[in-house]
Write a protein that binds this ligand. Structure first.
Ligand SMILES: [Zn+2]
Length: 348
């Protein structure tokens, strides 16, 4: 008897997907706030919520587009007031990430969501940083923080946030651009990203989720983005797809989020398999897992169930892409690749 070259049923493939080491590069830490934790923090801080139970809050998660999601997202974030609240939120994420065999996570945080409520920048970044340190020590997960600017606010506001962040420069490795995409093109933030590049920060940007392919091109050409978050609408412009493949610009794709926000009607329609086949450095991520129906392994498992053309080979490539696209040194990436090779063994 020999071991089959590829898993013959969904069960072994699912096990492989869960077990393989992987990096998560598109996770908004505020989007990992589960209703239970929102309630616990609300009680601890004496914050009144519009919802009288965890169930009522869960029900309110039935949003229909990016804007209605953002409304509830900001309501949830209102319970975050103290350093320990930010720690607890990130720690809860790291525990789930460890269970999913995430070896490295690059966490987005939205300081403006907090500073405009009167929470100091320092409180946010210290709490998150502490959780990152503990995750490394206790869970063996390495991590980086990426500060995002809210694009529905002005560039002037982004400049103010960058100013506040400067004393904490060593706590984050890059900057990103998130929140409502439509009507807020990357070009609106060209100057502040130029300043960030001067500071040696990595650059990423959400583009091509609800916005057109032109926003992806602006993110690349004007902001000099090294990674595009989402980017799935690139398929509307074939020469852009070719460029992304040629320049090896990673796309951090979020399958369950895309369905929840109606970017695709269902997972069976998702274009990630096609993008992978065209040689793009696509990765799988959870985006806002508390709101979109699952953490990283859930995204992998549901995606592979919905797209039969995805098998062990594609699973390996997606994990490898997540390492290639991460902001760490090559030796670290090589180490993760060896771990990945050990898990796949004869499955390829
Ligand atoms: Zn996102």
């Amino acid at each position: 008897m020999t071991t089959p070259a590829t898993p013959s049923t969904h069960e072994p493939l699912n096990a492989l997907l869960r077990r393989m080491p992987k990096a998560e590069l598109h996770i908004h830490i505020e989007g990992s706030l589960e209703p239970e934790l929102i309630f616990r923090l609300a009680q601890r801080n004496g914050v009144a919520l519009k919802y009288d139970s965890v169930e009522a809050l869960r029900t309110a998660y039935a949003f229909s587009d990016l804007q209605s999601f953002l409304d509830i997202y900001y309501a949830g974030a209102s319970v975050l007031l103290k350093e320990e609240d930010f720690f607890d939120m990130a720690w809860a994420y790291f525990e789930r990430a460890a269970a999913d065999n995430v070896v490295h996570a690059e966490l987005f945080f939205d300081p403006q969501t907090h500073t405009e409520r009167g929470v100091p920048f320092e409180t946010v970044v210290r709490g998150l940083h502490h959780a990152c340190q503990r995750a490394h020590q206790e869970l063996g997960i390495s991590s980086r923080l990426i500060m995002c600017f809210l694009r529905h606010l002005s560039e002037e506001d982004a400049f103010k946030t960058l100013e506040q962040a400067l004393p904490w420069r060593q706590y984050f490795v890059g900057v990103g651009l998130d929140s409502s995409e439509r009507g807020h093109p990357p070009s609106k933030f060209e100057r502040v990203f130029a300043k960030c590049r001067e500071l040696g920060l990595h650059i990423v940007a959400h583009a091509g989720e609800e916005g057109p392919p032109a926003y992806i091109e602006e993110a690349l050409d004007l902001l000099k983005a090294e990674r595009i978050d989402h980017g799935v609408r690139c398929v509307e412009k074939p020469e852009l797809v070719q460029r992304l493949a040629r320049e090896r610009v990673p796309l951090t794709v979020c399958p369950l989020s895309n369905v929840k926000l109606c970017v695709f009607k269902h997972l069976g329609e998702h274009n990630i398999a096609a993008l992978l086949q065209q040689g793009l450095v696509v990765t799988v991520n959870s985006d806002d897992p508390a709101y979109f129906g699952g953490y990283l392994n859930q995204n992998f498992v549901e995606l592979f169930e919905a797209l039969p053309q995805l098998g062990a080979r594609e699973a390996y490539q997606l994990a490898l892409n997540s390492f290639e696209a991460s902001f760490v040194d090559q030796a670290t990436k090589d180490g993760w690749k060896r771990q990945l090779d050990a898990v796949f063994g004869a499955a390829l």
